[in-house]
Design a protein around this ligand. Structure first.
Ligand SMILES: [Zn+2]
Length: 186
């Protein structure tokens, strides 16, 4: 049976690269997938999933209003839904993906951040941690060599920022993926 997957990591752990690899693997075997990314993420231009290693692909944009049940419940001919920046999903959207997996046999693999720059769960991540059938942590390394688990927002001088909106409009905020100790000592 199909499952709902959540693969989370700190920033720059290669989530988009992994997603594009999964898409490639499906397509190489003659299966179709649909790719989504969040409208709020405009680091690389709207509607693209971009690997920092180079490859990029166009993706459909989801907003809080995107109705995944309406898009896919009636059948779609695809084998998997792939969602980047899944921390920006709404709770109801995660429930919809859960329903598609379990009632319509359509798996969804969601890639996203676990927490924001203040160490708080994103809405989509909280629901995915609650509902996903399989949860995997993708690991990346802090400058100090420990596993990076936190997303530290920094200013132009690389100093830690502790106040502000969860998502900075325009996507211009800078971040560093750091371990818990470096996050606290910053
Ligand atoms: Zn560290």
């Amino acid at each position: 049976m199909a499952k709902l997957y959540f693969r989370y990591a700190a920033m720059n752990a290669g989530k988009s690269t992994a997603l594009l690899q999964v898409a490639h693997n499906y397509e190489e075997r003659g299966h179709q997938v649909r790719l989504f990314t969040a409208l709020v993420d405009d680091r690389y231009g709207l509607g693209n999933i971009t690997s920092r290693l180079g490859p990029k692909r166009a993706a459909e944009l989801f907003t809080p209003e995107t109705d995944f049940l309406e898009l896919f419940a009636a059948g779609s001919g695809i084998s998997c839904i792939l969602i980047d920046e899944a921390q920006f999903l709404q709770k109801a959207q995660v429930w919809a993906l859960h329903e598609l997996a379990h009632m319509h046999n359509l798996p969804a693999i969601c890639y996203g951040l676990r927490t924001d720059f203040q160490g708080e769960l994103f809405t989509g991540s909280a629901s995915l941690l609650a509902l996903a059938d399989e949860i995997d942590e993708m690991k990346t390394i802090c400058d100090c060599g420990r596993k990076a688990t936190m997303n530290m927002r920094v200013d132009a001088n690389q100093r830690k920022v502790t106040e502000g909106a969860q998502v900075e409009i325009g996507g211009n905020a800078r971040y560093r993926a750091v371990c818990g100790r470096c996050f606290r000592q910053a």
